[in-house]
Write a protein that binds this ligand. Structure first.
Ligand code: ZN
Length: 71
């Protein structure tokens, strides 16, 4: 018995991947690794520009809150 080569959490007996990761392996075989990697990058990874927008919004909110306290 070992651990899945992809998620490294689920136990496996005969296969290289667990049943859940095997689905990902099938998607890669079906659509190609570039398409799956692109999808993961677009959906799961937080984009830098979104982080900057959230950071700027938070700074604006803090500045407005301080201005309200001063008034
Ligand atoms: Zn797995």
């Amino acid at each position: 018995m070992g651990k899945c080569a992809l998620c490294k959490t689920n136990s496996i007996f005969w296969n290289y991947h667990c049943s859940e990761c095997e689905k990902i392996s099938h998607l890669i075989a079906l659509y190609g690794p570039a398409s799956v990697h692109d999808l993961i990058n677009k959906t799961l990874l937080v984009q830098k520009d979104k982080i900057e927008k959230k950071s700027n919004t938070a700074i604006d909110d803090l500045t407005k809150a301080e201005d309200v306290k001063k008034d």
